[in-house]
Ligand binder design. Structure first.
Ligand code: IPD
Ligand code: CA
Ligand code: CA
Length: 261
């Protein structure tokens, strides 16, 4: 990877912030208290402490940049060209129940395009990162998506809305794919799911109910590992819209899109 000094500093800052935040999450394990922001939508002191550490780390180096973060963070910044998109703990339900599948997600957008993405799983010490045009990596090893061609041989993952009810169209979509894919799972961390597609551990993932901070870093990882990202119906992806279809870029993308649109 040969990236210019400025971008290397963005990446190093995101990595440092993600590791620091991950250590904070682990330090809160077993002593946090849980509140509900809305039904089944959880938050703990760890979410807030993690976001605080990330913002502090980034602001130290880039005081003019803007921020968008899950825990009430929205700052345009004096330099409107740069925006850090942060989920300080993706997979809070898993974290609360000590199910080790959660992560810190940090992306940097430049002029509206994703430039850097970092996802850190503190339970496995796995640091995923990508820089636009320079590939995706896990602890320094280059990543590549899988080669599965059909849903019948694919491992697929979905996110459903947090407080989903029986009549929700998301349930119909889930049932359709359940009958077509070799395996369909719901794992509880959108960010890690995207990192896992990049790492060749899953073939595809979709959701119709995400926020920018759930997806931004993972989208860049998938693209840089050779995968494909669209809206559910196969049209262009927009980080400000709630739906995403991510895959290894093989024909399963069209197959899934046909079932999900
Ligand atoms: C959630 C996770 C989950 C997805 C939810 C998100 P949080 O993020 O990514 O997989 O289904 O829509 O809200 O609340 O744990 O940061
Ligand atoms: Ca999230
Ligand atoms: Ca979160």
């Amino acid at each position: 990877m040969n990236i210019d000094d400025e971008v290397a500093l963005y990446l190093a800052t995101a990595q440092e912030a993600a590791r620091r935040a991950g250590a904070i999450l682990e330090s809160w394990a077993g002593r946090f208290t849980v509140s509900e922001k809305s039904r089944f939508n959880l938050v703990t002191e760890a979410d807030l402490a993690s976001q605080h550490a990330i913002v502090e780390t980034v602001k130290n180096r880039f005081p003019d940049h803007g921020f968008l973060g899950e825990e009430g963070l929205s700052q345009p910044g004096r330099n409107p060209e740069f925006r850090w998109i942060i989920d300080p703990l993706d997979g809070t339900s898993n974290y609360v129940h000590r199910f080790p599948y959660y992560a810190v997600s940090i992306a940097l957008e430049h002029r509206g395009d994703l430039l850097v993405g970092v996802i850190y799983d503190p339970t496995r010490h796995e640091l995923f990162w990508a820089v636009r045009g320079h590939g995706a990596f896990l602890n320094g090893r280059p990543l590549r998506t899988t080669e599965s061609e059909t849903l019948a041989t694919s491992f697929v993952v979905a996110s459903l809305p947090v407080a989903v009810t029986a009549g929700d169209p998301a349930i119909d979509r889930f049932l359709k794919v359940l009958q077509a894919a070799q395996a369909l799972q719901r794992t509880g961390s959108a960010a890690l799911n995207l990192a896992y597609i990049a790492a060749g551990r899953m073939d595809a993932y979709w959701s119709g109910s995400l926020k920018a901070w759930d997806m931004a870093a993972g989208v860049l990882l998938v693209r840089e590992a050779g995968g494909r990202i669209t809206a559910l119906n196969g049209t262009a992806f927009d980080v400000e819209r709630p739906d995403i279809l991510a895959s290894n870029g093989r024909p399963i993308h069209e197959e899934l899109s046909g079932l999900l649109s």
